[in-house]
Design a binder for this molecule. Structure first.
Ligand code: HEM
Ligand code: FES
Length: 774
């Protein structure tokens, strides 16, 4: 391998003995057009997620990014990481192909997805209205009618290729309706849009390049013809006529070049992405039969199943960005001018973000955090249309053909390219004599309400049974929850928590402290809070062996960092629960650690026997009554390289650790807060207020039981979020005016009093209004 064009600093890194280049063997072997990546992109880069999350691929000439946090950070910053190369041809085009494209006056240019600021955001805002939930709901009857018509055609056949017979054409027709273009020429268009995918993200041979260029050229001209037709009468429905009308108001924002480029790119954006997503989803669900059967039994699970399918097997496997200034990604220096392949499908399977990421869990309550739609200011505008289509497909098929099965032995093929991914064919079979509609024709008229927008996490719980409820210290009960009838529970990582639904309106989060390998039960320990309004009181008084409880999760905001060389675990009181799971894991892996367990008196310290038994030599008990209080200043006097402090306990303890570690490296202290506040807002206590959005020129009313974040989303203002509990800082918004009632744990006291920022997921207005810089 030549190292001449390799941008990796050779002086800095040892030369790989096999490749002869400082890039690793894995990086040298990376081939996004090879069989392994085509068959399963996230699996093909598992090695990278584990060992080298940001690497340079000499064969592609791109830096490749594979972990969730890094991919999201790149998406989030569209200034340092410009989207301008998103539609650039990944394989250099031959001169002949260029000549062919020129013959067709091909001039595909900036649309939205590849537009930089300051042009992009004004255009996105002007064109957003047709994507608002309210507007999208008008398309639902059309989506449903089309879906039913296509299912009618094969429902009695007993065998079908779902891609050829439904999943390709319905999204195409929906896309054309949504865009407002005529339906004719569908067969030709189908050929054209495949050509566009190969042209942009594929590696066609020189001969193929010519055919592809022919089709792309024709596609371009077709788009121009349709645009001319629409310009003559732009009064119709659809996003393109709307855009043409908007051009009259904002000619500098909606340019001619934009309209022609979008006319072509819009069809692909709306069509292939959704068709592939639908085929991936059906394949995944039928491969996981019990999950399919659960959906057939409870269509209420479909909205979240759509998200889980998009997470697990999304249709956009990777996306691209151009680095505009010297920077770092995941700590790796990357020079200006470098190109990035951000493998969002790999991010979606990152165990550092998603618990048990390879399994299909349709109750996963953070499934919507997948990056299949991208993230940040370029996040897919059509996501809610796609979600609607996928829900309708799943609903119609689970209801009318619950006995659907994959044809055994089918080998799935994919159009070779880096980014757009879905099987070319999906053969399914069933016994038409067993079609439920033959015995129950009323089924044909049933419809389940489609959810437009992100699904809520309500209703995603699984019902577990209390197996044991035993005292674990004074006022602490240890609860063991068992899965019904041997269904395996999702696995979890140390630091994870679950959320229990306790009575009608109360849900509470508790850290898991059992054995992560045990897929049949979860264990938690709960301290009785004397002021409890239903959470811990309910657990102590109502949960008895045999009681059923609705449980959501597991989720983890408090993970062990694999790079830690020495772990200092600090637990205060019931904060021992996540810390114990972490210490167990580090001990099992033979890692270095010390465990500081603080409590008022030994009899209040939960699970103390187990802690002593398993961690005796590393355990430091700090018991106030016994005069052995923890002195955090002494503990953290000397910062040590590679040492991290993991702490959970009362805010007092965490603040003391924060202060005592001020001279440590910035990320040395990692804490889990007790989340005592329920997520639900009590309308009897809260008041409504207005939020004015300075950039968008909108005013949004926030109801007493609504978060600012939810109100913004209802108005289609995209604000990224992660934890939605005031813990992570993702949903921050600039505050220009008004006093904020801060309820997060992200901002420091000084930042709060400055009053210039707020976390929209939890903080509110003190008065009647706020003005935000959105
Ligand atoms: C942008 C994926 C369906 C319209 C994007 C991006 C991705 C994506 C990855 C780039 C995001 C970024 O750079 O952060 C998908 C997937 C879909 C889907 C997986 C189906 C499952 C649709 C549909 C439409 C659409 C149905 C239109 C009706 C757009 C537009 C953008 C976009 C206009 C550009 C937004 C901007 O840059 O501001 N999509 N998409 N997409 N998508 Fe989608
Ligand atoms: Fe995490 Fe708001 S989303 S702080």
């Amino acid at each position: 391998m030549s190292t001449e064009s390799c941008p990796v600093d050779h002086a800095d890194r040892p030369t790989d003995p096999v490749s002869g280049c400082p890039v690793s063997v894995g990086a040298a072997a990376f081939d996004p057009f090879g069989d392994a990546y085509q068959a399963d992109p996230p699996e093909a880069v598992r090695w990278s997620r584990d060992e080298e999350p940001v690497f340079y691929s000499p064969s592609l000439g791109y830096w490749v990014v594979t972990r969730y946090d890094d991919v999201k950070a790149v998406f989030r910053d569209n200034i340092t990481f410009s989207p301008s190369i998103a539609l650039e041809k990944i394989t250099p085009v031959s001169d002949e192909a260029i000549a062919t494209l020129e013959r067709y006056d091909y001039a595909m240019n900036r649309t939205l997805v590849n537009e930089d600021e300051p042009e992009h955001m004004p255009r996105r805002r002007v064109l957003m209205d047709p994507f608002t939930p309210d507007r999208l709901s008008h398309h639902e009857p059309m989506v449903r009618r089309l879906t039913r018509e296509y299912v009618d055609r094969f429902v009695d056949a007993g065998k079908a290729d779902l891609v050829d017979e439904m999943l390709w054409e319905v999204p195409l027709t929906v896309a054309l309706h949504f865009l407002g273009v005529p339906e004719e020429d569908m067969a030709t268009l189908r050929k054209y849009s495949i050509a566009h995918t190969v042209n942009t993200w594929g590696r066609p041979s020189p001969e193929e390049q010519l055919t592809v260029a022919e089709n792309v050229g024709k596609f371009w001209q077709y788009a121009g013809t349709v645009l001319d037709k629409l310009r003559r009468d732009p009064s119709g429905d659809g996003w393109m006529p709307y855009s043409i009308r908007k051009q009259r108001e904002f000619p500098d924002v909606i340019t001619d070049s934009y309209l022609h480029s979008m006319m072509m790119a819009g069809i692909v954006a709306a069509h292939e992405t959704t068709a592939n997503a639908a085929a991936n989803a059906l394949k995944l669900l039928l491969e996981n039969r019990t999950v399919w059967e659960e959906l057939c039994a409870d269509p209420g699970l479909i909205p979240n199943a759509v998200e889980e399918c998009l997470r697990h097997s999304g249709s956009v496997a990777a996306w691209r960005r151009l680095v505009t200034s010297d920077t770092t990604v995941g700590g790796v220096p990357i020079p200006a001018g470098a190109k990035l392949l951000i493998v969002n499908s790999s991010a979606n399977r990152d165990e550092r973000h998603f618990e048990d990421p390879d399994s299909v869990d349709i109750r996963r309550d953070n499934a919507t955090e997948h990056l299949t739609f991208g993230y940040g200011s370029h996040q897919c505008m059509g996501k809610n249309l796609a979600r609607m289509e996928l829900q309708v497909f799943l609903e119609e098929l689970t209801r009318r053909l619950p006995h659907l099965d994959l044809v055994p032995g089918e080998r799935f093929t994919y159009v070779p390219n880096t980014s757009f991914r879905g099987p070319e064919h999906l053969w399914v079979q069933w016994d038409p004599a067993a079609n439920p509609e033959r015995t129950d024709p009323a089924l044909l008229h049933t419809r389940h309400p489609v959810r437009i927008g992100e699904p809520t996490t309500r209703g995603l719980s699984r019902t577990l049974t209390v197996e044991r409820a035993e005292p674990a210290a004074r006022d602490v009960v240890e609860i063991t929850l068992a899965a019904p009838a041997g269904t395996p529970l999702p696995s979890w990582s140390p630091g994870a928590h679950i959320e229990l639904q306790l009575g009608d309106d109360v849900s509470r989060q508790y850290s898991l402290c059992g054995d992560p390998e045990d897929r049949s039960r979860y264990r938690i320990a709960v301290l009785r809070d004397p002021d409890s309004r239903g959470g811990s009181r309910y657990v102590h008084d109502e949960l008895r062996p045999g009681t059923s409880v609705a449980v959501r999760g597991p989720r983890n905001h408090f993970r062990l960092d694999a790079a830690t060389r020495h772990h200092v675990f600090v637990a205060g009181g019931i904060g021992i629960t996540p810390i114990l799971a972490m210490a167990d894991a580090v001990r099992a892996a033979g890692g270095s650690y010390e465990l500081h367990y603080c409590g008022r008196s030994a009899d209040t310290m939960a699970l103390l026997d187990r802690v002593r038994r398993d961690h005796g030599p590393r355990l430091h008990e700090h018991v106030s009554d016994a005069g052995t209080r923890l002195d955090v200043t002494t503990l953290l006097a000397e910062p040590a390289d590679g040492t991290r402090i993991y702490a959970c306990g009362p805010q007092r303890l965490l603040s003391a650790l924060d202060a005592a570690s001020a001279h440590w490296p910035e990320d040395a202290l990692s804490v889990e807060h007790f989340t005592t506040a329920g997520r639900e807002l009590d309308p009897a206590v809260e008041h409504a207020f207005d939020v004015s959005l300075a950039d968008s020129g909108l005013t949004v009313r926030v109801a007493p039981d609504q978060t600012v974040l939810a109100a913004l989303r209802a108005a289609n203002i995209d604000v990224p979020s992660d934890c939605e509990e005031g813990l992570c800082g993702t949903c921050e918004a600039p505050v220009l005016d008004g006093e904020v009632d801060h309820r997060d744990v992200v901002l420091t006291r000084a930042e709060r009093s400055a009053g210039t920022r707020m976390m929209t997921c939890c903080s509110r207005a003190c008065g009647a209004s706020l003005t935000l810089g959105l």
